[in-house]
Design a protein around this ligand. Structure first.
Ligand code: LMR
Length: 391
């Protein structure tokens, strides 16, 4: 049986992580996978997470199963954080999932149950796993225009024109904030225009919320998806706790489905959980719940998240300044203007390999750089390397 399997190439981000680990050079620089690093180059455990874990260790007296949907207190807290007052709670069906990827997978599983012939509209470009999961599930895919490489911003007219082609049997994947891989986000007016188009065509938005707090702050980063939630009859939101709470390996996530048929949808999501992995992981979810429901922990988490965002924005500015000074040109100013962890360098695959081979600087093959992986000390070396490969 197993010898019939054919070799599989890893996803480009996972392949890059493997190549980085295998590189023996001590001064190699990882600007690939999207994780935040501090000035010492470490991905820290957030203070509020440590405090919540310490409390959990003291007070938790059982590791018995939670419900198949996850802990209701977690789902309530994450729904509140994400949707605020945008919709009444009885319109939301939520279940916990293993990370944001688990939520995207469950969302598309749910779509396939409802409409096996659904088309999934994916922004061009997008996180590679969106297309990979839709493809694995056998769902038809279509790209919609998103990024204008010339202006290095969102191609809003192109996007809206492409979304006009959607219909009631379609799903549209949207990035809530900190677009991965471009760092170019929709403006408030664009969200309103997307809501108007989807309301008219009847397509279902699936909003991927993986970087809440890393763009312009928690409330601002959730504003676009809340606008959709207030306007549209149905929506799916895939929420990740990986970056927002620094809980990457704990796999804290949830899917929120906004619908008039919440009880039925919840039942379907519960069954999907059951058949996929039974009970969703609880540790990270419980930590998130403790943080969001304890005023002091929540304040501290918010401060630390704000500081992380400010630092990434400062690193963006410092890198853009350093490149301006060394190149005498403004062609890198988009790095300072974009938001979140990623920007596209506009590098060819050959330039990306030269960057890796000659300078030990790892970015994804499409030229995506994780600016949250930089440190202040690395900026001169990275900017020289970028200019050396001809950017
Ligand atoms: C990324 O895009 O680097 C992150 O979302 C991590 C991942 O799972 O790909």
């Amino acid at each position: 049986m197993l010898s019939r399997l054919s070799p599989q190439a890893p996803d480009k981000i996972i392949g890059l992580m493997q190549a980085f680990r295998a590189d023996p050079r001590p001064d190699k620089i990882d600007l690939g996978v999207g994780v935040y690093r501090d000035a010492e180059g470490r991905t820290p455990v957030m203070r509020a997470v440590k405090a919540a874990e310490e409390r959990l260790w003291r007070l938790q007296d059982s590791k018995g199963y939670v419900g198949i949907e996850g802990d209701p207190a977690f789902l309530h807290a994450i729904g509140d954080l994400t949707l605020g007052e945008a919709v009444p709670p009885d319109r939301v069906a939520a279940v916990a999932t293993p990370g944001g990827t688990g939520a995207v997978r469950l969302a598309l599983d749910l779509v396939r149950l409802a409409r096996p012939d659904a088309r999934v509209f994916i922004p061009d470009p997008s996180w590679p796993n969106h297309a990979a999961i839709a493809g694995f599930l056998g769902l038809e895919q279509a790209d919609y225009r998103y990024y204008d490489a010339q202006s290095r911003g969102v191609d809003a007219p192109g996007m809206l024109a492409d979304l006009e082609r959607t219909g009631p049997g379609d799903v549209v994947i949207l990035h809530a904030c900190c677009h991965n891989p471009t760092g170019a986000d929709l403006a408030t007016g664009d969200w309103a225009a997307v809501a108007e188009v989807l309301n008219r065509t009847g397509a279902l938005p699936l909003v991927d919320l993986a970087y809440l707090g890393f763009g312009n702050g928690v409330e601002a980063d959730a504003a676009g998806l809340r606008l959709l939630a207030r306007t549209l009859p149905e929506m799916l939101v895939a929420v990740s706790g990986s970056k927002t709470f620094g809980l990457y390996r704990e796999r804290a996530g949830a899917i929120l489905a906004l619908t008039e048929t919440a009880a039925t949808v919840r039942g379907n999501l519960s069954n999907l959980n059951r058949q996929t992995y039974a009970f969703p992981p609880d540790h990270g979810a419980r930590v998130v719940t403790d943080i969001l429901t304890d005023a002091a922990l929540r304040r501290d988490w918010q401060h630390e998240l704000d500081a992380m965002r400010d630092r990434v924005q400062r690193l963006r500015r410092d890198l853009a300044d350093s490149l301006r000074a060394k190149s005498g040109s403004d062609r890198f100013c988009h790095l300072a203007e974009q938001r979140g962890m990623f920007s596209l360098l506009g590098a060819t695959p050959e330039q990306v390999s030269t960057l890796r081979e000659r300078h030990g600087v790892y970015v994804v093959g499409d030229g995506r750089m994780n600016l949250a992986g930089l440190t202040e000390a690395l900026i001169p070396r990275v900017s020289e390397a970028l200019l050396d490969i001809g950017l």
